[in-house]
Design a protein around this ligand. Structure first.
Ligand SMILES: *[C@@H]1O[C@H](CO)[C@@H](O)[C@H](O)[C@H]1NC(C)=O
Ligand SMILES: *[C@@H]1O[C@H](CO)[C@@H](O)[C@H](O)[C@H]1NC(C)=O
Ligand SMILES: *[C@@H]1O[C@H](CO)[C@@H](O)[C@H](O)[C@H]1NC(C)=O
Length: 527
């Protein structure tokens, strides 16, 4: 119905953003860049280790050859006594043994400075730069599983490097698919685990010559597949897979697994219970709307130069996306240069994995929200402009504004449906609840990362420089439960947004009529 790209201007910018201490890397592309840096340093260090070892070994080889020649010549003389009876020969043998072997061979071999340097480097690496651990790997794999779930990505496509019909030319090897299958098994995602194990099995079987112990690995895959089947309530299939292994390899650990499974009750094939919002959420995340039973005129983009003198020369480019409650997109609000300055400000702060505001105001890190975030006040020149934009567009007093939260979502990064208001346990440093949300898109996203309103049939693809604004409260200041919204997982790319939440204290008379089309009757929508 609307052309979402009414006023779309996109300039791709590469932003380097470093410095995540103890961050969880997979949740943000920014922190993934740190990991790329870590790997580059590892590469450099390993290469120089190998080179210096190589040099050292070449030296030893030459030395040994030289001594060998002399030694053979001496011992091949008819009389070794005659040879050693020569004073210079005797001197050289003793000198070699006392000096040369010791300083040129024994010492460097035993000290192995290159190895010690490498050891020190690895210590620094894991202490200062942060090195991903098992939980990071699980996080990355969970991210993949999440993408599959929300976007219906077939495991075989993903393994082929195909996402959203595009081939990114990064197909996975059997070992990687196997690793994903094993991790998903450990996470209790048995169905998904089985799919990955099957892909791994096929890949390995089709390229057995590349792998020395192909049969052995095929058995390992079967063993995991057996356990996954058992957990999924298919004990017969599980038993069949194990006996297939034992036919060809009677001593395989499948023997123990067989005994173990026999002692246990098979899992039940339970259908996962999905939250009520799930089908709306996935549909909208995929950019599919329900046919609208909307009454009245379709919404149209328009220019607004009257809202504030600030917009007389450069009118607001408004794209209304929903009337009641009102959701508007304002295009071209921030230039690429301003966005870069915002990132520079954010760079000065340390990004920490986003916590979800809990009832006590204390955040907890959960999979509900997967991103990295930081907070910016309005003191710097660029943030001062941001504050003015919010004030002029919304008509609200910035005294009620929280600092801007800058968040970065990496692949699989998401925020499940949530309202922005608190309703209970309001934060003490602000007057009233969060009356409005202003969200700047600070990047385009190659695939995924839409903002969706699950109760309103609205999805918004991120458009760099645009601002989305809506009210979370009715005019009565009661919460408007229809504003439930979500950030869909990023499929390809990096999503950056800046959120400003405005509190309602003393703002009730400033709420401009034009932004508010809800009425008291919509209170009936409250959950
Ligand atoms: C790694 O080595 C290359 C070339 O030797 C150099 O350009 C690069 O800066 C090094 N990277 C790091 C992180 O030290
Ligand atoms: C799903 O969306 C429709 C509108 O498209 C809405 O009427 C319905 O309440 C939504 N369901 C849930 C559970 O949010
Ligand atoms: C809202 O804005 C439109 C267009 O800018 C204008 O025609 C209308 O009069 C405004 N409504 C109110 C209630 O101010």
């Amino acid at each position: 119905m609307l052309d979402r790209h009414c006023l779309y201007i996109g300039i791709f910018q590469l932003i380097i953003w470093v410095g995540v201490a103890n961050g969880e890397f997979y949740s943000s592309v920014d922190s993934m860049q740190d990991l790329a840096q870590v790997e580059e340093e590892l590469l450099n260090a390993t290469r120089s280790y190998v080179e210096s070892q190589q040099k050292q070994l070449d030296f030893y080889r030459r030395y040994v050859e030289q001594i060998k020649r002399e030694h053979e010549w001496a011992t091949s003389q008819l009389k070794l006594d005659d040879y050693l009876g020569h004073p210079l020969h005797a001197f050289r043998l003793i000198k070699r043994l006392v000096r040369d072997w010791d300083s040129l061979i024994f010492e460097p071999i035993l000290a192995n400075n290159a190895r010690e340097e490498f050891r020190a480097f690895v210590e620094v690496l894991s202490r200062d730069l942060g090195y991903p651990d098992q939980s990071e790997l699980q996080g990355a794999i969970k991210g993949l599983a999440r993408l599959q779930k929300v976007y219906n990505l077939a495991t075989s496509d993903l393994a082929d490097g195909i996402i959203g019909g595009l081939n990114y030319g990064s197909d996975l090897r059997w070992r990687e698919c196997y690793e994903i299958g094993v991790q998903l098994f450990d996470l209790g995602e048995y169905q998904r685990s089985l799919e990955w194990l099957q892909v791994a099995f096929i890949l390995l079987r089709n390229s057995p010559r590349e792998e020395k112990d192909a049969d052995h690995y095929l058995s390992d895959i079967r063993e995991y597949a057996s356990m996954a089947n058992f957990e999924l309530g298919n004990p017969k299939k599980a038993a069949r897979l194990l006996s297939q292994i034992l036919e060809s390899q009677p001593t395989h650990s499948a023997q123990q697994t067989q005994k173990y499974l026999e002692s246990r009750v098979p899992g039940k094939n339970v259908q996962e219970t999905k939250p009520s919002w799930f089908s709306n959420y996935t549909r909208l995340c995929q950019g599919r709307r329900l046919p609208e039973e909307r009454s009245g005129d379709p919404l149209r983009c328009y220019l607004d130069g009257k809202r504030h003198a600030y917009f007389t020369l450069a009118p607001l480019q408004v794209e209304p996306v929903h009337l009641d409650p009102d959701i508007n997109v304002y295009h071209g609000m921030l230039s690429s240069k301003q966005i870069l300055s915002i990132f520079e400000e954010a760079d000065k702060e340390e990004m920490v994995r986003s916590a979800v505001a809990g009832s006590g105001g204390e955040g907890t890190v959960r999979d509900l929200r997967v991103s990295q975030q930081t907070w910016l006040d309005y003191k710097s020149p660029v943030m001062n402009s941001v504050g003015r934009i919010i004030q002029f567009v919304s008509g609200f007093d910035m005294a009620g504004a929280e600092h801007m939260q800058v968040a970065n979502y990496g692949v699989g990064g998401q925020y499940e449906p949530h309202p922005d208001y608190f309703e209970v346990n309001l934060p003490k440093n602000f007057e009233g609840d969060r009356i409005s949300t202003s969200m700047f898109y600070l990047s385009d996203v190659e695939q995924g990362g839409y903002t969706v309103f699950t109760k309103l049939n609205v999805f918004l693809p991120p458009v760099k420089g645009a601002l989305v604004m809506w009210h979370n409260l009715h005019r009565s200041l009661h919460v408007d439960a229809r504003t439930l919204h979500a950030g869909c997982p990023v499929i390809v790319g990096s999503k950056r947004i800046g959120n400003i939440w405005m509190h309602s204290g003393y703002q009730e008379f400033r709420r401009p009529c034009n932004l508010t089309s809800d009425s008291y009757k919509s209170l009936a929508y409250r959950d």
